[in-house]
Design a protein around this ligand. Structure first.
Ligand SMILES: [Zn+2]
Length: 372
């Protein structure tokens, strides 16, 4: 709320100043003068805005967690989004012994239960939950995990995760799972795509009703997953490998993590949706350009937002890594969704396009994946 109030106040001052100047010049132009900001607000108010990859990094230590407070509801409301796919990973710091991945996974979910309770938020278990949240102007969480490390070869654990509210599973992350699930895009390929465990994981997600996220999978893994899955899938955070930005070091680091036009087309033709990262965009307008580039390749029905930022970090903590969602770019004072809608409008996207990219596309595959 703090951000929103501040933003509204600032916007009112700005609008009032602009409007008085314009009114002096042309007394009938008042409505056009305030239109752009109104348009953003109008779109925010009717769109199911979703960040399909947003980290909440809770500590793997209950004592540490107990001393923390998370302003999740406040930040989420200020962002203008309806939902975030609240993601965490268990492979940082590196996993050492069997069982660690699962205990970290369960502890993280326990801690998130407490954060959600303290913030008066719930998890969406199906598409209706998301729609209802939008209807009553409330925010909601889609529980996600990045990497199937917690499975540790025991496929029955996916059901445990489902029962805890998990509805979105990222197959891979930076570190390999034990036993391995398949080839990660930043490693040397050695499994010919997915292992049997990777295949079985997708089948179990299809059976239970969990959306599969193929970010961090190399091309062969993606192709194999497309053969196996009976449901459309997501690549939540990437970008076109032709859009490398101006930072050379960053571009080199990001190259293996980005998708080619050919692969993006194949994935979209199979019903998939691809999220655009904020990392390669120095400004909101550059972000809108990156979205445009992907839309030009796969069509507006197959693109979504996947920031890989954090809606909140513990109050008073020094951040481990990554940016806060509402401060994705320097000098931005608006909530995240307001900022990018403004940029998307400036880049020529229509209201309908923005509603699709902003959340409808994700909702379409989420509904298909979670309906069994
Ligand atoms: Zn990732």
């Amino acid at each position: 709320m703090i951000i929103n109030k501040e933003w509204t106040r600032r916007k009112l001052i700005k609008t009032a100043t602009n409007a008085s100047v314009v009114l002096l010049l042309n007394p009938f132009s008042f409505l056009t003068a305030i239109e752009p900001d109104d348009k953003v607000e109008k779109i925010v108010a009717k769109t199911i805005g979703i960040d399909t990859h947003n980290h909440l990094d809770v500590p793997f230590n209950l004592e540490q967690f107990k001393s923390q407070k998370y302003n999740l509801a406040v930040e989420l409301k200020a962002s203008g989004l309806t939902a975030i796919c609240m993601t965490f990973c268990v492979d940082r710091p590196q996993l050492e012994k069997e069982g660690d991945a699962f205990s970290r996974f369960i502890l993280s979910l326990d801690e998130m239960d407490q954060i959600l309770k303290a913030n008066n938020l719930t998890r969406a278990l199906n598409y209706s939950d998301i729609k209802n949240a939008r209807k009553v102007n409330k925010q909601i969480i889609i529980q996600s995990v990045e990497g199937g490390h917690f499975i540790e070869g025991k496929i029955e654990r996916i059901k445990v995760a489902y029962e805890r509210g998990l509805r979105h599973l990222g197959l891979m992350h930076d570190g390999q799972t034990s036993p391995p699930i398949g080839d990660i895009y930043t490693d040397t390929p050695q499994y010919g795509g997915l292992t049997q465990l990777g295949i079985d994981t997708i089948k179990e997600c299809n059976r239970l009703g969990i959306l599969v996220d193929l970010t961090h999978c190399n091309n062969e893994s993606i192709d194999k997953a497309l053969e196996v899955s009976t449901k459309p899938m997501l690549i939540s955070h990437t970008g076109l490998n032709t859009k490398l930005g101006t930072n050379e070091k960053m571009a080199k680091m990001m190259m293996p993590r980005l998708i080619s036009k050919e692969q993006a087309k194949t994935f979209a033709n199979a019903g998939g949706v691809i999220g655009v990262w904020t990392h390669l965009a120095g400004t909101p307008l550059e972000y809108a350009k990156n979205v445009r580039a992907l839309v030009d390749v796969v069509g507006v029905e197959h693109v979504c937002i996947g920031t890989d930022t954090k809606m909140t970090t513990p109050i008073g903590s020094s951040d481990r890594f990554g940016k806060n969602t509402n401060q994705s770019w320097d000098n931005t004072t608006n909530g995240f969704f307001y900022t990018i809608i403004d940029a998307l409008l400036k880049k020529g996207f229509t209201e309908k396009d923005i509603m699709q990219i902003g959340g409808e596309n994700y909702c379409r595959i989420f509904e298909k994946a979670t309906t069994v």
